[in-house]
Design a protein around this ligand. Structure first.
Ligand code: SF4
Ligand code: SF4
Length: 469
C-alpha cells in the first residue's frame, strides 16, 4: 500500500487544519542558505536594538521612552511634552502608510524580516526548541510519543526556558514605558508595591509565551490584521516569494509526462518541509505566506545539487513571472509614500505650531509658612513648565479668579520669566491673607500670560493651603 505523503497538502483546507478542523502542528525543518544568513544577521540586529534601546542614553535621556502618564515621548534624546492624541495619531498613521508603501514595493517584507513574531520565533524560540527537543523529525516523534520521563523532562525544560525568555522580553517592553532606572527599582521591590505594573508585565509575559511558544503561525494565518490587508496593498509589480511554474512544471512524477518533458521541479517537497506556515508555494501566492525566504534557500540548495540555475523559487513580481517588466514606482506606491509624507509634515507642523504649555506644580516640603504675625500665609512651589515648538515666550503669572485676584500675590524670583527651552523649572510663591481659606484650603486658577501679546497661554488649577482656624 502506498504511504500518504504528509507534505502533499489538501487543496480544500489550510495546511494547519485536519479534516475535522483540528489544528495540525507543524515541525518546519531547518535550512541553510544565503537568505537565512541575511535574515539571521538582521534579526539579531533587531533583537539587540530592542534589548539595548531603553538602556541607551542620548543627552542624558533614554533613547526611547513613552511615558503615558506624563504624556511625554522621548526619542533619540529629544522629548515631546504633553503629547496630544492627534500627534500620536499622525505618527502612527505615517508609520502605517510607510509600511503600506514598503508592502506595495516588496510584498510582505515586514512579516518575513521585521515582525517581532517572526524575529523572536525564528531566532530564539525555534532555536531553543531544536536544542532541547531535537530536529524536526525528533520533535514530531516526541510529540506523538507517550508521556515518559524523556518527554516530561524535555517539555518542562523547554517551557521553563521559554518562560524566562518571555519574562525578559516583557520586562524590556515595560522599560520603554517606565524607563530603565525605574524598571530596575520596580523589579527589586515586592510586586505589592507596584501592582499595576506587575500585572501588566505578567500579562505581556503570558501573551509572548503562548504566542511565540505555542500559537505561532496561527497568529499570522488567523489573527493578524496586516496579513488580511496585505493583498489590498500589493499589485502585479510587488515583489513576493514566488515559484516559477513556467520553469518548474510539469514537475517530476506528473502522470503521463515523459522524463525529457519534465520541468526543473523534482517534487522533493523541501520547500514545503521548511515552511513555517506549512504551505506549498508552488500553488501560487497565498495569504499564509509570510515571505520568510526559507523555501528559496531550500530550493536553491536542490538546484545547486542538480547543477541547475538557482531561483526556481525567488523574490519575483507577478509581471516578471509572466515575462513582463516590473515597474518599480507605481501609482499605488507613490500614493502611499505621499500620504506618509503628508502625515509626517503635519506632525512636524503641529509640534512647531503648538503654543500649549504644560504646568506641573510641585509643593515644597513645608506646605505653608505663616508670617507677619499671622497676617500672611506663603505657599511655596516648584513649577515645571514644558512646551513643544521653537517659540520663546516672556511670561508672567496671574490669579484667574475675580474674588482672589487682589488678595493673592504671585511671586517669582525673575519676573517676567523667559521660557526659552522646552522644559523650565522655576520657584513660585503665593502670598495671601489666611481669611480667604475655608477649612484651611482654597482652589484657584493661575494664568500664564504671554507679555508680548497679552494672550493667556494656559491656565492651571492650584490648591492654596494654610492654618485651619
Ligand atoms: S524545493 Fe524546489 S524542487 Fe523541491 S519541490 Fe520545492 S520547488 Fe520543487
Ligand atoms: S512559502 Fe516560503 S516564504 Fe512563504 S512562508 Fe513558506 S517558506 Fe516562507
Amino acid at each position: 500500500m502506498k504511504t500518504k505523503n504528509i507534505y502533499e497538502l489538501d487543496p480544500e483546507r489550510l495546511a494547519t487544519t485536519d479534516e475535522h478542523g483540528n489544528r495540525v502542528y507543524l515541525y518546519p525543518e531547518d535550512v541553510k542558505g544565503v537568505w537565512k544568513d541575511r535574515r539571521k544577521v538582521f534579526y539579531w540586529f533587531l533583537i539587540a536594538l530592542y534589548l539595548i534601546l531603553p538602556w541607551f542614553n542620548i543627552n542624558g535621556k533614554p533613547a526611547l521612552l513613552i511615558d503615558i502618564f506624563k504624556r511625554e515621548f522621548t526619542v533619540l534624546g529629544f522629548t515631546l511634552y504633553g503629547v496630544e492624541p492627534i500627534l500620536f495619531f499622525l505618527l502612527v498613521a505615517s508609520g502605517l502608510f510607510f509600511i503600506a508603501f514598503m508592502t506595495s514595493l516588496f510584498g510582505r517584507i515586514w512579516c518575513g524580516w521585521a515582525c517581532p513574531q517572526t524575529v523572536f520565533i525564528q531566532s530564539i524560540f525555534m532555536k531553543v526548541e531544536s536544542l532541547i527537543e531535537g530536529k524536526a523529525r525528533q520533535r514530531r516523534e516526541l510529540d506523538k510519543g507517550p508521556w515518559n520521563f524523556n518527554k516530561v523532562f524535555r517539555r518542562s525544560l523547554k517551557w521553563i526556558v521559554f518562560t524566562i525568555i518571555s519574562l525578559h522580553i516583557a520586562h524590556t517592553l515595560v522599560g520603554y514605558f517606565v524607563g530603565p532606572r525605574e524598571l530596575l527599582r520596580i523589579t527589586m521591590q515586592s510586586p505589592s508595591e507596584n501592582w499595576g505594573i506587575f500585572v501588566a508585565t505578567m500579562i505581556a509575559t503570558t501573551i509572548f509565551l503562548l504566542d511565540f511558544g505555542w500559537f505561532r503561525e496561527q497568529f499570522c494565518i488567523i489573527a493578524c490584521p496586516y496579513g488580511r490587508m496585505q493583498s489590498v496593498m500589493m499589485d502585479e509589480n510587488s515583489l513576493v516569494v514566488a515559484y516559477d511554474p513556467k520553469r518548474g512544471e510539469p514537475r517530476r512524477g506528473t502522470e503521463g509526462v515523459q522524463k525529457s518533458d519534465e520541468g526543473d521541479c523534482i517534487n522533493c517537497y523541501n520547500c514545503v518541509k521548511v515552511c513555517p506556515t506549512g504551505i506549498d508555494i508552488r500553488r501560487g501566492n497565498q495569504l499564509e505566506c509570510i515571505a520568510c525566504t526559507q523555501c528559496i534557500d531550500a530550493c536553491d540548495d536542490i538546484m545547486t545539487k542538480l547543477k541547475k540555475p538557482k531561483g526556481l523559487i525567488a523574490y519575483k513580481s507577478e509581471n516578471e513571472l509572466n515575462g513582463k517588466e516590473r515597474k518599480v514606482v507605481t501609482v499605488r506606491s507613490a500614493i502611499y509614500v505621499a500620504i506618509s509624507i503628508v502625515f509626517v509634515s503635519l506632525f512636524i507642523f503641529f509640534i512647531n505650531a503648538s503654543t500649549k504649555l504644560n504646568l506641573v506644580f510641585l509643593r515644597a516640603q513645608n506646605p505653608f509658612q505663616v508670617i507677619e504675625a499671622g497676617q500672611t500665609v506663603v505657599n511655596h512651589f516648584r513649577l515645571k513648565i514644558t512646551h513643544q515648538g521653537s517659540q520663546e515666550y516672556k511670561v508672567t503669572f496671574k490669579i484667574n479668579d475675580k474674588e482672589l485676584s487682589d488678595l493673592v500675590e504671585v511671586v517669582t524670583p525673575i519676573n517676567p520669566t523667559h521660557l526659552n527651552t522646552p522644559e523650565k523649572k522655576i520657584v513660585i510663591f503665593f502670598k495671601f491673607d489666611p481669611k480667604i481659606l475655608s477649612n484651611g484650603t482654597r482652589k484657584t486658577n493661575v494664568d500664564v500670560i504671554n507679555l508680548d501679546t497679552n494672550e493667556v497661554l494656559t491656565t492651571k488649577e492650584v490648591v492654596l493651603v494654610g492654618p485651619t482656624n
